[in-house]
Design a protein around this ligand. Structure first.
Ligand code: NAD
Ligand code: DAU
Length: 353
């Protein structure tokens, strides 16, 4: 039995779906169901006895300890977090609470549980912490990609809170011997991606006939990985990663934002053309830049490839096509997540958009 936290969010729900498709080890899925958590992501698992959903907070020490003890959990995979950089700029408090205090309480519950395990179970136990490349800060144009040795230079409240959580995880290994693993991944995209993030927001706005907002000059570079490749990397690290190590995860797919948006527009022009025959690219609108906007991220994933033999299955071209098709095929999912709280956020962030 494994415990997944944050498994009704974008990456966590993909992970749970893929985990159960790949084997028969059951999952307890703990999620607070913030605005970003959505049980519709897990509809395909309805009635699956291998999946148990529990609504709860990673900061709830007693609940976590009870779940661990009652289910003899052998591994925890921690996805739960506040994840959106722009929201962390508007209101950092939730990021400190969940990403730092929450991770701390989760680690405390895991430590208590782990200390009480028999020797064999203690040796086999794993705590895998899912983190981000943003902890490394921003790269100059020609600088080599982030390796695991790159110093931490987080620039947003989000990345600073994730950096703090990474340090806590590291400290629990160093000080208490807790068997931890950390992954630092680049930007994900794919099914169930909440349309506050660039790729799903652009697809959603394009189809809704709304402006496609590009921050600043649109030349910021992100390194894109299809979400299911991130999930396969996590499975591999959980299976064979060296204790206390961190593994960078990425697909060597650096792209400037404007290029990504043009690719999406061209794909939508092909798969779902506008009634007036114009390109969706005509909806592109340059808007004010994100404060403190990191210019470039790039992940060097060679340690993961060399040590654990992991490789992504998708290129950007195949992954983005699957993603666009998924959004075209699932308008109801998009409709349901873009009501209420979503509209309030869009009003605050983009004004008239
Ligand atoms: P997401 O915002 O889509 O999902 C986060 C989930 O965590 C939601 O279901 C939410 O309800 C849940 N959650 C929030 N606070 C909680 C709490 N206190 N207790 C329990 N559950 C809580 O995020 P995502 O994009 O799926 O990211 C998942 C993890 O992967 C995060 O830790 C993020 O930092 C990391 N990550 C994301 C990316 C990316 O591109 N999205 C890349 C690298 C790493
Ligand atoms: O690098 C990994 C990180 O990727 C994760 O840790 C974060 O959880 C995840 O949200 C993502 O962070 P980014 O800030 O890179 O993703 P976002 O989709 O918000 O933005 C991607 C780029 O697009 C960034 O340079 C900002 C820009 N952007 C974003 C939005 C929402 C725009 O130009 N316009 C927009 O409307």
């Amino acid at each position: 039995m494994i415990l997944v936290t944050g498994g009704a969010g974008f990456i966590g729900s993909n992970f749970v779906i893929d985990w159960l498709a790949a084997g028969d080890e059951p999952v307890i899925n703990l999620d607070k169901l913030t605005y970003a958590g959505n049980l519709e992501n897990l509809q395909g698992l309805a009635g699956d006895p291998q999946h148990r959903f529990v609504r709860g907070d990673i900061a709830d020490y007693d609940l976590i300890l009870e779940l661990l003890q009652q289910n003899r959990v052998r591994a925890v995979v921690n996805f739960a977090a506040e994840s959106h950089v722009d929201r962390s700029i508007h209101g950092p408090e939730d990021f400190i609470q969940t990403n730092i205090v929450g991770t701390f309480r989760l680690l405390e519950a895991v430590r208590t549980y782990w200390n009480g395990l028999p020797a064999d179970d203690k040796a086999a136990f794993r705590f895998l912490h899912v983190s981000t490349d943003e902890v490394y800060g921003s790269l100059e144009k020609e600088a080599p990609a982030f390796t695991e040795q790159h110093r931490y230079e987080p620039n947003s409240p989000y990345s600073a809170s994730k950096a703090a959580s990474d340090h806590l995880v590291r400290a629990y290994h160093h000080t208490y011997g807790l068997p931890v693993l950390t992954t630092n991944c680049s930007n994900n995209y794919g099914p169930y991606h909440f349309p506050e993030k660039l790729i799903p927001l652009i697809i959603h706005n394009a189809l809704a006939g709304k402006p496609l907002p590009i921050y600043g000059d649109g030349q910021q570079v992100r390194d894109w990985l299809y979400v299911k490749d991130h999930c396969s990397a996590i499975r591999r690290v959980l299976e064979a990663g060296r204790l206390g190590e961190t593994y960078n995860v990425g697909g060597w797919n650096e792209k400037p934002n404007l290029e990504v948006v043009h690719t999406l527009c061209a794909m939508l022009d092909e798969l779902s053309p506008r009634a007036d025959g114009a390109s969706y690219a005509s909806q592109i609108t340059f808007v004010a830049d994100r404060p403190g906007h990191d210019r470039r991220y790039a992940i060097d994933a060679s340690k993961l490839e060399r040590e654990l033999g992991w490789k992504p299955a998708e290129t950007f071209e195949t992954g983005i096509r699957k993603t666009v098709r998924w959004y075209l095929d699932n308008p109801q999912w998009v409709h349901n997540v873009t009501s209420g709280a979503y509209r309030e956020w869009v009003g605050r962030q983009y004004g008239e958009v």
